[in-house]
Design a protein around this ligand. Structure first.
Ligand code: PMP
Length: 428
């Protein structure tokens, strides 16, 4: 009813050509034609504030990134089996952002491929097979990794070699219990794998537990679980596809909030601001043992155009002070969201780090009953108001907000006003 003729035709054409696996956002899907800075534009020229994009993180069509892509595409674009300097220059610049000891990088095209490769490397290194993930994890779409992504839906069956642990949910477990509970769950999962004759290989965790519902605090809660895993001979794989590249503000990488040292880190999404590039960073010993026995060639992985884009992204983050901005504007937004919680009963919990937020909506603050229907209504209402966000968590009652790192205070204010109004409307 609300769709116009053109929208209906596009949706029908899309279903006919692409099949049903591709899901659209919104009751009234957004027809985007252009992006610039923090804005997306529809075909009528209406602009939408992008508070959901963790790909075009430094700004849509950032001129610096566009220029780097065009210049390199006009000069050379081939694979990694010839000597090239661009990939090495970028590798040096990227590895310099990691703590000592994480000093090798391999390039892939997607975050899924990065996790797939990380898992292969961990299995090779440990001689084990078992993997521990969170209950509503998302790590990607390859055969192996989709099985480790229960958030993909009921069609996913957990394989015999995987165990899940509860999300580190401070809202429901209590902040003071998160670290110990999470560590105890990991310990139990390791024991259960062993009891079933499966040698554990890896603990694979999203740095901000995005699909589980966004859990960042208390900072440091991961340390105990990681210590358990490592003392039991598992490798800790930090999936930084969501939480990397200054997203969490105070630190460049999400795992640094918890003062832990991963054996393997996987990267993706914002790495090329939209140009496909992802990767695996790891301890030299881990990468070398794998690489000496297995040949790895990824046709498009680490190609010159992708490396040029990725280098421009790091340059922009560093020169425009986006990590600092992520911490500052992120802190401002967090305060703003907390103020909204004082006036809107619906908000049960406000959490997040840097420019990554989860706002959990509940129909009753005592019982914490998830308010999924209202959450969907608010996401759709905000789209009508020109602000783009989404929802997350097993019950889809958590507003998932990831403003571009390029947000300024004025954009944060727009976001807060629109959410305030949407929350007000939802009471009617
Ligand atoms: N890990 C996490 C935590 C992700 O959120 C995603 C993508 N949503 C992936 C891995 C997979 O990345 P890609 O879509 O590039 O394969």
């Amino acid at each position: 009813e609300r769709l116009d003729e053109q929208e209906r035709r596009l949706i029908e054409r899309r279903e006919r050509l692409l099949g049903p696996a591709y899901r659209l956002f919104y009751e009234r899907p957004l027809h985007t034609v252009r992006g610039e800075g923090v804005w997306l534009f529809d075909e009528q020229g209406r602009r939408y504030l992008d508070a959901y994009n963790n790909v075009a993180s430094v700004g849509h069509c950032h001129p610096r990134v566009v220029e780097a892509i065009c210049a390199q595409a006009a000069r050379l674009n081939t694979h990694t089996r010839y000597l090239q300097e661009g990939i090495l220059d970028y590798a040096e610049q990227l590895l310099a952002t990691f703590p000592d000891g994480l000093d090798r990088v391999m390039f892939t095209c997607t975050g899924s491929e990065a996790n797939d490769l990380a898992l292969r490397i961990a299995r090779h290194f440990t001689g084990g097979e078992g993997v521990i993930i969170t209950r509503f994890a998302y790590h990607g779409v390859t055969g192996d990794i989709s099985e480790l992504s229960p958030s993909l839906g009921a069609g996913i069956t957990l394989p015999a070699h995987a165990r899940t642990v509860r999300a580190p949910d401070a809202y429901r477990l209590g902040a003071e219990n998160v670290a110990a509970t999470f560590a105890a769950d990991v310990r139990a999962a390791i024991a259960d794998l062993r009891a079933n004759g499966i040698k554990p290989a890896a603990l694979l965790l999203d740095g901000i537990f995005a699909s589980d519902g966004v859990f960042a605090d208390p900072a440091g809660f991961l340390a105990e679980a990681v210590a358990v895993a490592r003392s039991e001979g598992l490798l800790y794989i930090a999936d930084e596809v969501q939480s990397g590249f200054a997203r969490t503000g105070a630190t460049m990488w999400g795992f640094q909030r918890h003062a832990v040292q991963p054996d393997i880190v996987t990267l993706g999404k914002p790495m090329g601001n939209g140009q496909p590039i992802a990767g695996v960073v790891a301890r030299a010993e881990v990468i070398e043992r794998f690489g000496r026995s297995v040949r790895y060639f990824n046709t498009f992985g680490g190609n010159p155009v992708s490396c040029a884009a990725a280098k421009a992204v790091l340059d922009v983050i560093q020169e425009e002070g986006l990590q600092q901005r992520s911490a500052e504007i992120g802190g401002y937004l967090l305060q703003g969201f907390r103020r909204l919680a004082e006036r809107h009963e619906l908000i049960g919990d406000v959490r997040g780090a840097g420019m990554f937020f989860g706002i959990e909506l509940v129909s009753n603050r005592e019982t914490k009953e998830p308010a999924a229907l209202v959450t969907r209504r608010i996401v759709n209402d905000l789209r009508e108001r020109g602000v783009l966000i989404s929802a997350a968590g097993p019950r889809e009652n958590i507003l998932k907000i990831r403003p571009l790192l390029a947000f300024k205070k004025e954009h944060a204010d727009l976001m807060l006003d629109a959410l305030d109004q949407a929350l007000g409307m939802s009471m009617n």
